[in-house]
Design a binder for this molecule. Structure first.
Ligand code: ASP
Length: 356
């Protein structure tokens, strides 16, 4: 009798476990439908488009800037946004918006990208750029190129027309020529302002005096753009001359996918600017996207964790611009300023200093 009861007990226990498992598995679709509802709601809220740009971060102070220079920067940022916004408004792709916006910033001598790039220790302009498509995770980057007028176009061509992700130096230049991109004499990139910035640093090195260049000419002005188009595609691009006085073929974070540039449609697109070595070691752009995905936090929370906490603790100065899949924008920097701006339908912001 005792044995029979034991068997009955075991059967009851198994039945209980079976039914409670069933109950759990039945609760899963309920959870799923809740998240489906949420994403439907988010889709409704998503703006038709969004675009965000940066023109470099660093010790950008009002007292070191003339009124005229400040006006020039604000005009250039607005013009860059106009170019990208017009493409997106007419239903154009995020890829075209990012490429054309960055081309304009590269052609503008104010920024450290394309014409106006900073000089290497040897007095050259060596340019890096990256382009990434959040729909496919395809990416293209170039590093250390000296004669392609618009490095961002070369980066996009690497993504779309080669089997590779990253091309450097002479090989990248040969590829750009074969793609019939515009090739220029390296002198095209020369500007007096950046040349003088290099001379000041070289002089201080020679005289072994500690030198901090607080002019806006020192190294700031890397450019970047992230766009979200009407189809929900996110594209990110970044272009730079790197850091003044760089040597030995130094390459920064910009053309390292996941460091200075990253895009993934179901999380966000990011373009960074700042002290590249830190952005490489902290894989800043990908970290922001991964934190959003793994922790299910907002874009701003993820950007704050990386830029305002991890990078600050490491003393890595700089910032990021980003857009998430719902069209939320972040322009987060731990430096004194960042040339920046964004546009969405009926919304536009342009800023330089912290409290702009
Ligand atoms: N991140 C760039 C580099 O290290 C420089 C910058 O953004 O100012 O090459």
């Amino acid at each position: 009798m005792k044995r029979v009861l034991n068997y009955t007990g075991i059967i009851m226990l198994i039945s209980f476990m079976f039914f409670s498992c069933q109950e759990n598995s039945e609760s899963t679709p309920t959870e799923d439908s809740t998240s489906a509802e949420t994403s439907d709601e988010q889709q409704v809220e998503r703006p038709a488009y969004a675009i965000v740009i940066h023109g470099g971060a660093g010790t950008i102070r009002k007292e070191n800037m003339t009124d005229e220079m400040e006006k020039d920067y604000r005009n250039a940022l607005n013009e860059a946004l106009n170019i990208g916004e017009n493409i997106l408004k007419e239903g154009g792709s995020a890829a075209d918006a990012v490429e054309k916006t960055i081309m304009y910033l590269e052609d503008t001598p104010l920024f450290n990208a394309g014409k106006g790039a900073v000089f290497t220790h040897d007095g050259k302009n060596e340019l890096d750029a990256a382009f990434m498509d959040g729909a496919t995770l395809n990416a293209g980057t170039v590093a250390g190129i000296t004669n392609v007028k618009n490095p961002i176009t070369a980066a996009r061509a690497v993504m779309e027309k080669s089997e590779h992700v990253m091309l450097i130096g002479k090989g990248a230049e040969q590829f750009a020529k074969e793609q019939e991109l515009e090739i220029v004499d390296p002198k095209y990139f020369h500007t007096e302002r950046r040349w003088e910035a290099l001379q000041r640093i070289l002089k201080s090195e020679k005289e072994e005096i500690g030198y901090v260049d607080n002019t806006a000419d020192h190294k700031f002005g890397t450019v970047g753009c992230v766009a979200l188009d009407n189809n929900g595609n996110i594209v990110a691009g970044t272009s730079t001359g790197g850091m003044t006085n760089k040597r030995y073929g130094r390459v920064g974070d910009v053309p390292i996918i996941g460091s200075g540039t990253y895009a993934k449609n179901n999380s966000c697109g990011v373009s960074a600017t700042g002290h590249g070595e830190f952005f490489i070691r902290y894989t800043v752009a990908h970290d922001i996207s991964a934190i959003m995905e793994y922790k299910s936090v907002s874009l701003q929370e993820a950007a704050d964790e990386v830029v305002m906490d991890k990078l600050v603790k490491a003393e890595g100065s700089g910032g990021i611009i980003a857009i998430d899949k719902d069209g939320n924008v972040s322009m987060t920097f731990n430096s004194e300023g960042m040339y920046r701006g964004y546009a969405k339908p009926n919304e536009r912001v342009v800023g330089i200093y912290k409290n702009d």
